[in-house]
Ligand binder design. Structure first.
Ligand code: KG4
Ligand code: ZN
Length: 337
């Protein structure tokens, strides 16, 4: 079964053809990053306009690369939440039009669950496991029971981890997207030059929650206060120290959640899962298997949407054409989806 996937929730305009939820025949990702760079962040109006310009080409290119004609497609899967509403609507409307005209089933896909599905495109992974979804919009630590069933154990109480990378990079003019730029700059810095604060909110229900706004503020406005007084105060040192703090917070909570819940496997996804220090930290852990998708499948892409869509369709969960886009996750905190 060949599923055409469409992803337009943020600033990546992507289409893919995936066979049987596993074989990626094509995965075209057009990044808008050059258009948002002058603003150091994604500008929603620019994003939706670019999607309108590119969506048709990206879908046609994905079919061409997969060597699949429109008539050979069996279903259309599309991200319908969460994300920028204007951007989501472009992909969703295009997917509906295409599915309607070709008389194909349509399936709306949740972007968070699609990220968690991404590594399944590359290898067999048994459930349950601890899912660690870390991106520009989300930071979720969850027990994953099935491709479509997760129990959120912890989440950020303020900023997403990727957002903190992006804001710090913006303030210090390090580059855009911030995560990639900080990751690169950190390689030449001393991660112990600054001892930035770690949040302590680990009580009761909030045991696996994380927080990034305090760290972000410390790095932006109070970096002097956390300088250890020995190392040189340079930007690479600041970047490396921030990255260490941001990732240590995540690794600490993820390991605690896995161990407390009897899970010996952690599966990471989302843009921040591309971070090299996060990968190093987990690689050094024994007693837990940590699985990362390849870099291309960490950031937003349509293959993960098509892969997820295949399973949803097999489970009889095709969507109605009245499906609408939703900017936010429905139950954002502890119960998801
Ligand atoms: O998953 P994604 O492409 O989009 C969302 O769903 O948000 O993630 C984008 C986020 C951005 O915040 C970006 O700065 C971050 O992922 N990111 C990274 C790295 N590569 C991308 N953060 C840390 N280290 C990286 N290497
Ligand atoms: Zn994403």
């Amino acid at each position: 079964m060949k599923v055409l996937g469409i992803e337009s929730s943020c600033d990546e305009c992507s289409a893919a053809v995936v066979e049987d939820g596993r074989r990626v025949l094509s995965n075209i990702v057009l990044s808008q990053v050059d258009f948002h760079r002058p603003y150091y962040g994604v500008v929603p109006e620019i994003a939706s306009r670019k999607h309108v310009e590119w969506i048709r080409t990206v879908v046609e290119d994905s079919l061409k690369e997969a060597a699949v004609s429109k008539n050979e497609v069996d279903a259309v899967a599309v991200t319908f939440r969460p994300g920028l509403i204007g951007s989501l609507l472009v992909g969703l409307s295009y997917a509906k039009g295409l599915a309607w005209s070709l008389r194909l089933p349509l399936v709306g896909v949740d972007h968070i669950l699609a990220h968690l599905y991404a590594p399944h495109l590359e290898r067999d992974i048994d459930y349950p496991y601890l899912g660690l979804l870390v991106s520009g919009g989300h930071t979720i630590i969850a027990r994953v029971e099935r491709y479509d069933r997760i129990e959120v154990l912890g989440t950020t109480i303020d900023d997403a981890v990727g957002e903190a990378f992006d804001k710090v990079a913006k303030f210090y003019d390090i580059g855009f997207p911030g995560g990639v730029a900080i990751d690169r700059l950190s390689k030449t810095g001393n991660p112990r030059a600054f001892r930035f604060p770690r949040p302590s909110l680990h009580k009761g229900e909030a045991y696996y929650d994380v927080s990034y706004s305090g760290l972000k503020t410390a790095v932006i406005h109070q970096s002097e206060q956390f300088w250890d007084g020995i190392s040189e105060r340079s930007l690479p040192n600041l970047a490396a120290s921030f990255q260490k703090a941001a990732i240590d917070i995540l690794v600490d909570r993820a390991l605690a959640a896995a161990s407390d819940n009897g899970l010996r496997r952690i599966v990471a996804g989302g843009g921040v899962a591309a971070n090299s220090y996060l990968r190093e930290r987990f690689a050094a852990e024994s007693g837990v298997e940590v699985i990362f998708p390849s870099l291309k499948l960490c950031t937003d892409n349509a293959a993960m949407v098509a892969g997820f869509g295949y399973h949803a369709l097999k489970d009889g969960k095709a969507s109605d054409f009245s499906l609408n886009a939703e900017a936010r996750v429905r139950m954002f905190k502890r119960k998801y989806p």
